[in-house]
Ligand binder design. Structure first.
Ligand code: HEM
Length: 396
């Protein structure tokens, strides 16, 4: 099967198409999105670190100079939020925002969250086991990271049910060629989410608590839009991929029962297992970059103004880097997977995500000796942010 991100069969199993691309066409132009697909690990890794590319271009050029249509006016509330967060800006703004926010994500700060993460995971898994199972995604995978990041930011408990739908709707815009309906839904969600956070930030500016929104609200260097953009980014990035690693990861273990048994028998493999699950079935399959200065990849000139699509899922199966790449090996020692990115936008939350995943996989292994998959799960239609609808399990 060829690269076809709108085809459910491709989304379910993109890895054969990737192997073909890596072998025959490591740089190839994909007409339907007008992007250059980059499939080999070495190239993806190098381009993520290459300052001639960026997640944004408006700091160096206008839409017209890049041969792009300005975004339609109705999308303004969406871009206002997105372009105020660190992920969609480049230095020097990126450097300033990342420096301010990374204070909350130092290794010491994040490690201090482990007992709380462990307790939340234990509570969710206990309930799941007591009732004999259910949908692991809705009942464990989602609430764990949402609770952790909402606690960190200080979102009141009563408002938390709002976060998941807002985030999911916003993420619709990150898929390739989103439909007009998905665009309108994303814009509405971004606007509502921003309004909500603006209110919360103003409240915390006058009556600060112990939370991250209060801390950010005290920083003069941060504009209100930047504060809102940062919180939306943290709330979305802070759970979407973690949910999908949990779902995809368990589904990978069910498809590789010998590896599940190996992990059950040797819990010290949890850290390498989590890395391997992120590599083997990558939750974020693709990230895009704008070409800010002409580049050349394998003799193909890619001019300024182009867009490249870096295929993380393909890079993570590259035999040049990973021995026997299609094999799931929960003990894989040498695993420089690219699922957290590379370069200046390398995932700020990686240490927290690792703790969440180790604690949730560990809690389920500890509390459920026998887990049975009730039916083969279905993939959601999204390709870029790739995850399962549900994962229905029985606990024996
Ligand atoms: C397994 C879970 C996660 C995965 C696979 C993941 C993956 C990524 C990737 C690939 C990027 C870089 C995107 C690019 O270069 O274009 C990124 C950026 C980011 N992630 Fe994560 N992430 C995860 C969890 C988290 C968590 C838990 C948080 C926060 C609590 C978080 C916060 C961020 C932020 C703030 C950025 C932007 C960094 C920057 O632009 O400098 N992520 N993430």
């Amino acid at each position: 099967m060829r690269f076809d991100p709108w085809n459910p069969d491709f989304v379910a199993h993109p890895y054969d198409a990737y192997a073909e691309l890596r072998r025959d066409a490591p740089v190839s132009y994909f007409e339907p999105t007008g992007q250059w697909l980059i499939s080999r690990y070495a190239d993806v890794n190098a381009l993520l670190r290459d300052r001639r590319l960026g997640r944004a271009y408006l700091h160096t050029a206008t839409h017209e100079e890049f041969g792009r249509e300005p975004e339609p006016e109705f999308q303004e509330p969406f871009w206002r939020v997105v372009r105020a967060g660190m992920l969609d800006v480049e230095p020097p703004v990126h450097t300033r925002l990342r420096r301010l926010v990374s204070r909350a994500f130092t290794p010491r700060m994040v490690e201090s969250l482990r007992p709380r993460v462990r307790a939340i995971a234990a509570g969710l898994v206990d309930t799941f086991v007591e009732k004999g199972g259910g949908d692991l995604i809705a009942e464990v995978a989602e609430p764990l990271p949402v609770t952790v990041i909402a606690d960190m930011l200080g979102v009141p408990e009563a408002d938390r049910p709002l976060l998941r739908p807002w985030s999911a709707d916003i993420c619709g815009m990150y898929e390739l060629n989103p439909s007009p309906e998905a665009q309108h839904t994303a814009v509405r969600a971004a606007d509502e989410f921003a309004g909500y956070l603006r209110g919360l930030a103003r409240e915390r500016a006058s009556r600060p608590g112990e939370d991250l929104i209060s801390a950010l609200a005290q920083i003069d260097e941060l504009t209100e839009d930047e504060l809102v953009g940062t919180c939306v980014l943290l709330l979305n990035a802070g759970h979407e991929a973690t949910v999908n690693v949990t779902g995809n990861g368990w589904w990978s273990l069910f498809r590789n029962p010998a590896e599940l048994t190996r992990l059950r028998e040797d819990r010290s493999l949890l850290p390498t297992a989590v890395e391997e699950l992120m590599r083997w079935d990558t939750p974020l399959q693709m990230f895009e970059r704008w070409v800010l200065e002409d580049i050349e990849v394998h003799g193909t000139r890619i001019p300024r103004g182009s867009e490249v699509a870096l295929l993380f899922g393909s890079a993570n199966r590259d035999p040049e880097v990973f021995a026997d790449p299609d094999r799931l090996d929960v003990g894989r020692a040498d695993n420089p997977h690219i699922s957290f990115g590379a370069g200046i936008h390398f995932c700020l939350g990686a240490p927290l995500a690792r703790i969440e995943l180790i604690e949730s996989f560990g809690a389920l292994l500890d509390r459920a000796d026998r887990l049975e998959l009730l039916r083969e799960p279905e993939w959601k239609p999204g390709y870029v942010i790739r995850g399962l609808h549900s994962l229905d399990l029985a606990v024996a």
